[in-house]
Design a protein around this ligand. Structure first.
Ligand code: CTP
Length: 415
């Protein structure tokens, strides 16, 4: 398209519609956050700003108010501001919380779960993903205490952007500079979590099983499987962000509990069954766990010893109860029951077979044994089947797939 009135293509707005809560910490880099607000808005985001007391020593709330076009929150104890939008409401409003600059002290308080001012309280009260953009003196950044706090936050799924290496305010040089606003916008835009539809599952009770089960043979050995739990945890995180009351019954995994999720740890299939049944009724059950189909007939109270002269060992296994089928049989206790199926071949035939046999409302089938998917991967591709329909989900990040599956689950709940 050319012509005298044609415009150059509008700049991409990679954060269109995103609701960002920018928490400004007390460091000299706070002045750069003014520019960050402008860039975030240029990228399409709606921005609300909260400031620590320290931040107000460097930049005035009025500057942020002018740039964000929104009232700026500075304290928990402001009756008028609380009446307009309570801090819990603000924490729920955000679909991401960005802390820039994040000082060493603020990182320490976040790592320890403090709620002694507005910003830390917002961070504790939100179920939205949190991004920190650290900025501080390089010795403070490299201190083991700061690094340990960072590791804790990372372990909880906090995204860390920067800091950059370069000249610092005190005339020294090293890692500690706040990332440039453009780099922060780019990192936020690259994040695969889309703007959540926060209220679509508001108050809905979602019970999810995730991870493997370990079936003990003796005090030191077990039979297990390679499920990472990532898919179930991603579903739990996404459902919590949409306002659901999420209970996650989890086998042994190495993943942090998503914010806003109540987690119950179990080990064996029998324990998982007991925990799941105890949590009923619920609105939705999602059986994402890779439950052992068989468990040792006997658990030896003592360590099994090698039998001299014998080259083989035969283990006798017995079937476990099918938790999913048992849950689905309790028709009055649930509105929607969703199962998973991992198949290497004839995916539709086997998945539909399980849908019917276990009386499920929906089954999500993964083809396993192909590159780029499956148990330990961050990626997955799936096809969902229900009585009179199906939907393909091409290969994507498990976090993204979780959002798409929840869209479908919400549709089926309303159907
Ligand atoms: N499931 C369960 N309890 C079991 C076994 C499986 O709740 N004891 C659930 C899983 O959480 C998953 C689904 O059932 O949602 C998987 O179905 P299943 O028939 O067990 O699949 P496979 O183990 O792959 O079975 P098969 O070997 O027959 O294909």
């Amino acid at each position: 398209m050319t012509g005298p009135h044609s415009h150059a293509q509008a700049p991409a707005r990679p954060l269109e519609g995103r609701k960002l809560l920018l928490c400004v910490g007390g460091g000299i880099a706070a002045y750069k956050s003014l520019e960050l607000v402008r860039r975030l808005r240029d990228a399409g985001a709606r921005v609300q700003v909260a400031m620590t007391e320290g931040a107000q020593q460097f930049v005035t709330p009025l500057s942020f108010q002018a740039l964000s076009g929104q009232p700026v929150r500075t304290t928990l104890w402001d009756g008028a501001a609380e009446q307009a939008m309570g801090h819990i409401e603000l924490a729920r409003w955000a679909d991401r919380v960005v802390i820039a600059p994040a000082t060493a002290d603020l990182l320490a308080r976040l790592a320890n779960g403090h709620a002694d001012d507005l910003v830390t309280t917002l961070c504790l009260a939100t179920t939205a993903p949190v991004t920190v953009c650290p900025a501080m003196n390089h010795r403070m950044w490299l201190h083991p205490a700061t690094q340990a706090n960072l590791a804790l936050l990372r372990g909880r799924g906090v995204q860390v952007i920067g800091p950059e290496d370069g000249p610092l305010a005190e005339g020294e040089s090293g890692p500690g500079r706040l990332s440039e606003p453009d780099a922060i916008v780019a990192a936020l835009a690259a994040d695969p979590v889309p703007a959540a539809a926060p209220d679509r599952l508001n108050g809905v009770r979602v019970l999810i099983s995730a991870g493997p089960t370990y079936e003990d043979l003796d005090p030191v050995r077990y039979v297990g499987n390679r499920s990472s739990g990532k898919m179930g945890y991603a579903l739990a995180a996404a459902a919590a962000r949409r306002g659901a009351q999420v209970v996650l019954v989890s086998g042994p995994v190495q993943i942090a509990t998503p914010p806003g999720v109540r987690r119950i740890d179990v080990r064996s299939a029998a324990q998982m069954r007991e925990a799941v049944l105890a949590e009923l009724p619920a609105d939705i059950y999602i059986g994402a766990a890779a439950v052992a189909d068989y468990t040792p007939q006997q658990v030896s109270p003592q360590k099994l010893k090698k039998t001299p002269g014998s080259h083989t060992l035969v283990l006798e296994l017995v079937r476990t109860a099918d938790i999913l089928a048992e849950v689905a049989a309790q028709e009055d206790a649930l509105k929607l029951v969703v199962g998973f199926a991992a198949e290497t071949h004839d995916v539709e035939k086997y998945a539909r077979g399980k849908l019917v046999d276990k009386h499920l409302d929906l089954i999500i089938a993964n083809q396993v044994g192909i590159a780029g998917g499956g148990f330990e991967s961050d990626q997955n591709a799936a096809t969902a089947y229900w009585a009179d329909g199906q939907r393909d989900f091409p290969g994507t990040a498990k976090t993204q797939l979780a959002e798409q599956l929840l869209d479908l689950i919400t549709e089926r709940l309303d159907a």
